[in-house]
Design a protein around this ligand. Structure first.
Ligand SMILES: [Zn+2]
Length: 427
């Protein structure tokens, strides 16, 4: 028994050992020059931005011990406003674990009410929910497992439709968690499932549309982030370069086949923005591509859920040029943001809406919203859900806000779907 306890204690302590000595900072550039100075430090100091820095908006960046002095020196030289976010990342992650554990006492199962929104669920529970929902509502819900992940986990999504996609209705496609550590994105999608079949208050949404809901694109990454390395972002593939086992994984949202690897991606395979050895090198992005290709002429609205930042972003992100659909993209984006703001009872900032390259002063290629737009989907968005905690600490949105963020996001999706229905005709 004693040996077991020592072993368990060692496991708990070892979980965040990697983050010993790491710190995170808020940085708030006041002009484009400072923003560029920050970005120029990313490679040199192996900076990990948890949220996007923009002019006049504070972002969170994690810095490893050997680079903290150099990083702070340049911040001072460039006069970039900054302050500490987390003094001891390892301890904060342990604290985040306690928040989760405190909520977990009765929450590790699917109840009669479906999945709960009081905590972040392990992959197994999310998959159990998808399976049981498909069984329980088999008239409208079909579960599809198109492929296994790099490490062999099934990738699962739901098709929700009154007639199994037989009539020509516009399709709404929502995915989440291509970036492993963005946990809040998953309940935002399972809540859409809940509102389409379990607790229907907007019957027109299933009357007028067919839905594809893929809550965990990056199953390997989510599992790894959940169990081992909390701040993991990429996939877990090891076959992309010679150092694959030392630096596994690809940034899935740089891996799509549109203007691939031309901006905002890391050439260094150890970078968190590594675009892969070629477009669609990852099975996870090929699964999304397969869904897109199967339904392309019917997809009216595509949303990829990310966090954090309270933003609704749209193409073109790879170079900041204006889409032919700019006015409808912006108009529908603003309406979604307004609806989210109206829904929320929390003091999160109001969503900003815009072309991602312009809003962020940052171009990034190979992202899924650009790719789907290039295929002809008129309304394609990246949602950056709100976070962190309302008081700005920690690396997860406090579990007590999961339900509210899911409800608010759904309000935006409802509006987006109805807007898409107004403008979209199947050709
Ligand atoms: Zn993301």
């Amino acid at each position: 028994m004693k040996v077991l306890l020592v072993f368990l204690f060692t496991l708990v302590c070892a979980k965040h050992e990697l983050y010993e000595g790491w710190k995170s900072f808020f940085v708030k550039p006041s002009n484009v020059e400072q923003l560029n100075a920050l970005r120029n430090m990313v490679h040199k100091f192996e900076l990990d931005f948890i949220s996007h820095p923009t002019v006049h908006t504070a972002a969170v960046v994690v810095v490893k011990p050997p680079h903290q002095h150099g990083f702070l020196t340049i911040l001072a030289e460039e006069d970039i406003e900054h302050w500490i976010h987390v003094e001891d990342v390892k301890a904060q992650l342990a604290f985040d674990d306690q928040l989760i554990e405190a909520q977990h006492t009765t929450k590790r199962s699917i109840g009669t009410e479906g999945i709960t929104y009081e905590n972040y669920q392990p992959l197994e529970i999310i998959y159990e929910y998808l399976e049981t929902t498909a069984q329980k509502y088999n008239e409208t819900v079909t579960i599809v497992t198109p492929a296994n992940s790099f490490e062999g986990r099934p990738i699962k999504y739901l098709k929700v439709s009154k007639d199994n996609f037989r009539s020509n209705k516009p399709v709404i496609f929502i995915d989440a968690c291509i970036h492993a550590r963005e946990w809040i994105t998953i309940p935002a999608v399972t809540y859409a499932i809940h509102k389409l079949v379990e607790n229907v208050t907007e019957p027109d949404l299933l009357e007028n549309f067919d839905w594809i809901l893929l809550p965990v694109v990056n199953a390997d990454g989510y599992k790894y982030s959940y169990d081992v390395e909390r701040l993991w972002r990429k996939t877990r593939s090891t076959d992309q370069h010679v150092l694959g086992t030392i630096c596994p994984g690809v940034d899935g949202n740089r891996n799509y086949n549109f203007s691939w690897n031309s901006a905002g991606s890391g050439k260094n395979p150890c970078s968190d923005q590594f675009a892969g050895s070629k477009p669609f090198s990852e099975i996870e992005t090929r699964v999304v591509d397969g869904i897109l290709k199967e339904h392309i002429h019917k997809i009216a609205l595509y949303i990829s859920m990310h966090s954090f930042g309270s933003m609704i972003l749209y193409p073109w992100g790879h170079d900041g040029t204006i889409s032919k659909e700019e006015s409808i993209l912006h108009d529908a984006g603003i309406k979604m943001a307004d609806e989210i703001f109206q829904s929320s009872t929390l003091q999160f900032p109001k969503y900003k809406v815009g072309n991602s390259a312009i809003l962020l002063d940052y171009t990034a290629s190979g992202a899924s919203d650009d790719y789907t737009h290039s295929l002809g989907v008129p309304l394609t968005y990246t949602f950056e859900l709100p976070g962190f905690d309302l008081d700005g600490s920690g690396f997860i949105l406090n579990p007590k806000y999961i339900k509210q963020v899911s409800v608010d996001t759904w309000a935006g999706v409802v509006t987006g779907a109805r807007e898409a229905g107004k403008i979209f005709t199947i050709t």
